[in-house]
Design a protein around this ligand. Structure first.
Ligand SMILES: [Ca+2]
Ligand SMILES: [Ca+2]
Ligand SMILES: [Ca+2]
Length: 306
């Protein structure tokens, strides 16, 4: 039953006043998992059918739940004559008639660490308007909805479409929901996903997650190594990263040149880029002693005055 019109208006006004609008959510679609440079992927392969997955990956930092607390299973999708992005195993909120007679059309995922992006390949959309699209939503640790997005299903049984998002605000809870043509929850099609992919929080946005990043606050757009450090962070103008100051300008330029050479050897930058970085370092004042003005006869005269 729909609430009376006036009640709807009052609730709407209250939500607007309290700022409880989804429009403020800072999420953007993730077109492909390849965009996540420092990603974790769960393939769900190599387990017998109906292995319960709820706490199977908790050592990797992830737990799966259904609202009714029932088990969530791994299934061999290939043996069912269906395709998936990494055969054979998928994660599915299907029923197991022996253990649990009910399926679910949603899947909850809890991450033990803050995430910045998540995605998965999905399927089981069998040409029935009862499963027309899938929605992914992300929530902050306190339960606040940060945002959601939907992808229209292509109506085959294969796990062959990707849904994912990035969020400017870190999140730890994720929910997948299968929806019918009207946007209501699907009545009978289980969530089936594979190659679930995550990116842990990456505060400086250099593609290296915080827990692997030795150099926080990397400048936007800077090229970094596997440890999240840019050339400028490994050889800062202010002095060696180990502390203190450069003994002279030459020591600074040499440090930049060595770091640029390492980056070149790793294929992170081109030879031209390395040359430009070294040339810029040579022109900089880093490592130079401050210019103390030489005393002039007049200033000496002033100092000698009683
Ligand atoms: Ca798989
Ligand atoms: Ca980082
Ligand atoms: Ca960094």
């Amino acid at each position: 039953m729909k609430p009376p019109f006036m009640l709807q208006r009052i609730v709407g006004l209250l939500l607007a006043v309290l700022g409880c609008s989804h429009a403020s959510a800072a999420v953007t679609a993730l077109p492909s998992p390849a965009e996540l440079t420092d990603r974790i992927t769960l393939t769900f392969n190599g387990y017998p059918d109906y292995t319960a997955a709820n706490t199977l990956f908790q050592n990797a930092g992830f737990t799966f739940t259904r609202d009714d607390g029932a088990p969530i299973y791994l299934l061999d999708w290939t043996s069912l004559g269906r395709e998936t992005t990494s055969p054979d195993g998928v994660l599915a909120t299907v029923r197991n008639v022996v253990v649990d007679p009910n399926w679910a059309t949603h899947l909850n995922l809890i991450s033990h660490r803050p995430l910045s992006a998540v995605g998965a390949w999905f399927g089981n959309d069998q040409g029935d308007p009862d499963f027309s699209r899938i929605r992914i939503s992300v929530y902050a640790a306190a339960g606040q909805l940060l945002g959601s997005l939907e992808v229209a299903a292509n109506s085959n049984t294969h796990v062959d479409q990707f849904i994912g998002l990035r969020s400017d605000v870190p999140f730890t809870r994720i929910r997948f929901e299968n929806l019918d043509a009207s946007g209501a929850p699907s009545d009978g099609y289980s969530v089936v996903i594979d190659d679930l992919v995550f990116a842990l929080l990456d505060a400086d946005g250099d593609g290296i997650a915080d827990e692997h990043d030795d150099c926080p606050d990397t400048a936007p757009g800077a090229i970094v190594d596997d440890h999240g450090c840019s050339i400028e962070q490994l050889a800062p103008c202010s002095g060696p990263p180990s502390g203190g100051t450069w003994n002279n300008h030459g020591e600074y330029v040499l440090a930049i040149a060595k770091t640029a050479k390492t980056f070149l050897g790793l294929g992170l930058i081109t030879r031209r880029h390395a040359q430009d970085v070294i040339a810029a370092a040579a022109k900089a004042d880093c490592g130079k002693k401050p210019n103390v003005p030489r005393p002039t006869p007049r200033s000496l005269e002033r100092r000698l005055k009683p």
